[in-house]
Unconditional design. Structure first.
Length: 202
């Protein structure tokens, strides 16, 4: 891809705050919701994805690695809630092996917030959008102070309502743009990277 710093319009030695500020401004500028029924909608959407990719790449490099999905971004690669089984689920999600992630999840009896969060991501990955929305909401309800879970649930709910209202996405195999991986990646990246700042981009 293009140089991520050039995409965000910041120098390589920019501070994390400067990178985040540029990212937020570009998210707001190119957000698909601002281009509904606009002939430039496709172009804006591509630019929006490019900005997401650039920001994630920069932050991942600066943090010394990480995961592509926010399933691995929870507390920088797991938390005290993450059992060996949930770690396996996270690894499957990061490898985009969503059905295998769901198989492991189905055998876990203790369904805590992290379980519902991972389940939401995995279900979204295979196209079970309604289940994904419900499980994202459940994760946020169980841990209302977890910004990652709450923002993910809000994003899922927002998109669900948007597509129900406009009819966009009906009869399509994907969840938004027509490219499931891009949709999942973009949504996940926002949750991982933005934390409590996600809503300001909408």
């Amino acid at each position: 891809m293009n140089n991520p710093y050039e995409v965000l319009g910041v120098p390589r030695n920019a501070s994390n705050e400067e990178v985040k500020k540029a990212y937020k401004q570009l998210c707001k500028k190119y957000h698909p919701d601002s281009y509904v029924d606009n002939p430039l909608a496709d172009l804006a959407e591509e630019k929006f994805k490019e900005v997401q990719t650039a920001y994630e790449q920069i932050m991942r490099e600066r943090e010394g690695g990480g995961y592509s999905y926010s399933a691995g971004g929870t507390s920088a690669g797991g938390s005290s809630q993450e059992t060996a089984e949930l770690q396996a689920v996270r690894n499957y999600i990061n490898a985009r092996r969503f059905q295998e992630a769901l198989t492991v999840l189905s055998n876990i009896g203790n369904r805590n917030a992290m379980w519902y969060y991972y389940s939401a991501i995995a279900n979204l990955g295979i196209g079970n959008n309604l289940v994904a929305v419900e499980h994202a909401k459940q994760a946020a309800a169980l841990e209302p102070n977890n910004a990652e879970y709450v923002n993910f649930a809000n994003q899922m709910q927002f998109r669900s309502q948007q597509y129900q209202t406009t009819g966009y996405g009906y009869g399509r195999p994907s969840y938004g743009t027509g490219n499931l991986c891009c949709d999942l990646w973009c949504m996940d990246t926002m949750c991982e990277c933005m934390g409590g700042d996600l809503c300001s981009c909408m």
